[in-house]
Write a protein that binds this ligand. Sequence first.
Ligand code: HEM
Length: 421
Amino acid sequence: MSVRHTLSLYRSRARLMRSAALGDPVARILAMPRGSAGYARYEKVRARGELVRGRSGTYMTVSHRVCNEVLRSDAFGAVPTAASKHVLTPTNGRLDRLVHPLDDSFASVDPPEHPRLRKIVAPFFTPAAMRRLRGFVDEVIDDELDRLDRPERLDLISEFAVRVPSRVICEMLGLPPSDHERFVRWGIEFGATVDGARTPGDLLRTRTLLTEMTEYFEDLCAVRALSPGGADMVSAMVAATEAGEMTRRGLVATCQALLIGGFVTTANIIGNGVVGLMQHPAQRDALLADPTLAATLVEEVLRLEAPAQYSVRIALRPVTVAGHSLERGTPVVTLLAGANRDPEVFPNPNALDLSRPNSRDHLSFAAGIHYCIGAGLARMEGEIALKALFARFPDLRIEGKVAYCPSRVIRGPYVLPIRPR
Ligand code: HEM
């Protein structure tokens, strides 16, 4: 890392901390300790209005209406994450710089390229594809529940919540399940670095992560190109790359995005679901009495604890939002987790309520053209897993301290000690 990088890192961190100390609600959220719940801070933003400008010129909104408007508007485009700002090192000369799962995949691309790239993997996520996958998901969950069936205390996240979606996405991508441990480590590192490097240590972690992921997928795609025709997603993307529809950078990034996106956030539905039910025993009893409530439970859990707490957009042209005139290039942070607790849309917003009629109106999968491609998969996995978990272990309880993912963006426990029976 160059001296210039280190200085610029420290300067931007000092600016952020100064603004936070001066009470800037936007900076207070961007500077909050990783792994802490931001909900009280989000309410401070709500108290200031529908759209709030921070000292740095970045706007932020926790209004459901305004988040929706910004996410769906073609006046706004996707922005690279703060994570890759300083991470421009070449990768052994193979690609001109490290590949980032969000910044280099279709997640950060605007039309007209966006729909063209999204279409390459979209067939793997249709409702029909989900119906075909359902039997496999059932099998994986049954198998993983058998492993949990022990009298001792265990960590629900590493022993179940991460294993289920990780096995499913490995199957979809055609990745060896034996690499599971390394994927889990990547998932944790991704959560801890996606909101931007604040220290040289953060920068090093980001670089190490991106180097490992980039090299892994470059090698995997090269091997897959030698034996084309596979039915998995990586093979489909390799074929699209060979046909000139995708760049090599886009290919590697999209593999990374689908792997990380495929299990990190979904594991949080399970972890947040269990914590939520333990905190709301009447809702747990309701689920035990009527297991079909698992689908609503998933929506309520997604609403209350958005696994991706915010996303960012940038104005592509001058635009007026909630009475503010925004210049081209203005960033807007859409705080999905805050919009999900907007009392105008969700009365008594902080309660987990399985009889809420509109839980599904949450914005945890965002909205507009970047609406999460894996939403149907995550919902299916979350519903089957939570339903089966409580059917098998109705007396499951938390025993020990819950630790949250060290991230400001990713929200969910990454250590959840439980006793299943
Ligand atoms: C609880 C589970 C999940 C949550 C909360 C979640 C959340 C999100 C959000 C908020 C976005 C939009 C980001 C933005 O607009 O800036 C997104 C996009 C995306 N998600 Fe998910 N996700 C989940 C599961 C998944 C799964 C299972 C996959 C893949 C297997 C996946 C892959 C993606 C991809 C590729 C995009 C980019 C879509 C685009 O730009 O068109 N996600 N996700």
